[in-house]
Design a protein around this ligand. Sequence first.
Ligand code: B12
Length: 212
Amino acid sequence: MSLFEEMQQAIIDGKAPVVKELTQKALSEGIKPADIFPKAIVPAMDEVGRRMRDCEFFIPEVLIAARAARAATDILRPLLVGDAAARPAGTVVCCTVKGDLHDIGKNIVAMMLESAGFRIIDLGADVSAEKIVDAVRAHDANLVAMSALLTTTMVNMKSVIEALAAAGLREKVKVMVGGAPVTESWARSIGADGYGKDAPAAVDLARSLAAA
Ligand code: B12
C-alpha cells in the first residue's frame, strides 16, 4: 500500500493519530503539502461520502472520519499559506441561521467541504444576516452555506439572501442551503443557487457552484 493509500484508509477508518503520523511522514519524505489534499484527503472523504450515500456509514462514522481528516488539514493548512499552487477550491462562509442552535449537520458539511479543499469561515449557529454579510466581505468569500433545522428559522435564509443583495454582494457569492426541513423547491423559492440533502451533496454542489 502506498503512503497515500495508507492515509486514505486511516481517514476512512477514523484513526486521527495514524493520519497525523502519516501526514508528518509524508512531509518528511518531501511530499508537497498541496499534493496531500488531492491524493489522500479528498479521495478518502469522497469515499466516506459514497458510503454515507449508500447507508454503509452513518453520522458517527462520518464525524470520526472528518475529524481524522482534520488531523491532516490542521498540519497542512499553515504550510499552504502563500502557496499559489495550493489555492483553495473556494472560500465558504458557513453557518446555521439566526434563531437556530442546531449545528451538528452544519459542522459535518463544513468538515466535508474543508476536506474537499475549501477554505471554511465557520460563523457557528444562531448567526444574523449582518454577520454573514460582514464575513463575506471580510473574507472575500465566493460561497455561503446556510443550514436551518427549524421550520420557524428557515425563513431567515431568505433574509440573508436579501441582505447580501442589499449590500451589493449577491452577484459575487453563490448561496447554498440545507438542513432537514429545507427542500429543492424551497431553495428555488428564496432565490438560493442550490440545495444539498446531505454533506456529500454539499461537496458536489459547492464544487459545481465554485466552477460556474
Ligand atoms: C439534536 C437536536 C437538537 C439539539 C441540537 C444540538 C446541536 N448542537 O445541534 C437541541 C437539543 C439543542 C435541540 C433543540 C431544539 N430542537 Co431539535 N432536534 C435535534 C434532532 C434530534 C437532530 C438534529 C441533527 O443533528 N440531525 C443530524 C444532522 C447530521 O442532520 P442535519 O442537521 O439534517 O444535517 C444534514 C443535512 O440536512 C445536510 N445539511 C445540513 N445543513 C446543511 C447546509 C447546506 C448548505 C447543505 C448543502 C446541506 C446541509 O447535511 C447534513 C449532514 O448530512 C432533530 C430531529 C431530527 N431527526 O432531525 C430535532 C429537531 C430538528 N428539533 C426540533 C425542535 C422543535 C427543537 C426545539 C424548538 C425544541 C424546544 N422545544 O426547545 C429546540 C430549538 C432550539 C433552537 N433555537 O435551535 C424539531 C424541529 C421541528 C420543526 N419542524 O421545526 C426536530 C425536527 C425534532 C422534532 N421531530 O420535533 N434540538
